[in-house]
Design a protein around this ligand. Structure first.
Ligand code: 5GP
Length: 172
């Protein structure tokens, strides 16, 4: 296992009883760990013509912005409702209990911009699927999605578009 993976901390019963939360903040706090983690995320996309990385609020901002710099692209935020100025598109998606929404600016990127969508952790996959759908509705050409950590036992890939590359730097 890479050293950066050893820095991921398991937190029991967070944010609710029964959930084993993967805390990635110790990876971010470690200079070498952060660099290795971003490089592991960047590696599958190197050499591809990309215009932007789209990052999901909020840990997707941290990794997405670092990845954008590593790949030499722009960065576009997908945010929780009411945070972005100007005209936005909204996607609603189901959670275990209830639903949530994400937004992107309608003019975030020119039509056909080549992008990847980034978040920290893939759990059930609902968040990343919603962010991809938003980017596509905005007019971007989504080439794939990247996460630092995939929680494989939640089987998000069963509900993922098999034609869209989904790359995880680590799977637990
Ligand atoms: P999903 O929509 O795939 O069920 O959940 C993914 C979203 O919830 C991501 O935005 C991610 O930040 C957050 N998330 C879910 N489980 C975890 C976890 O164990 N660790 C971290 N850091 N984030 C999680």
């Amino acid at each position: 296992m890479s050293r950066w993976q050893d820095l991921i901390r398991d937190v029991a019963d967070f944010p609710r009883p029964g959930i084993l939360f993967k805390d990635i903040t110790p990876v971010l706090a470690d200079a070498d760990g952060f660099e290795e983690a971003v490089e592991a995320m960047a590696e599958p996309w190197r050499g591809m013509a990309l215009d932007a990385v789209i990052g999901v609020e909020s840990r997707g901002f941290i990794l997405g912005a670092a990845l954008a710099r590593a790949l030499g692209t722009g960065f576009v935020p997908v945010r929780k409702p009411g945070k972005l100025p100007g005209a936005t598109l909204t996607a609603e998606y189901a959670l275990e209990y209830g639903s949530d929404r994400l937004q992107i600016r309608t003019d975030a990127l020119p039509p056909g911009a080549r992008v990847i969508v980034v978040d920290d952790v893939l759990a059930t996959g609902g968040t990343l699927r919603a962010a991809v759908a938003l980017a596509q509705r905005q007019g971007a050409h989504v080439l794939g999605a990247a996460v630092l950590v995939e929680l494989g036992f939640l089987q998000a890939r069963d509900r993922w578009d098999a034609a869209l590359p989904l790359r995880a730097a680590a799977t637990f």
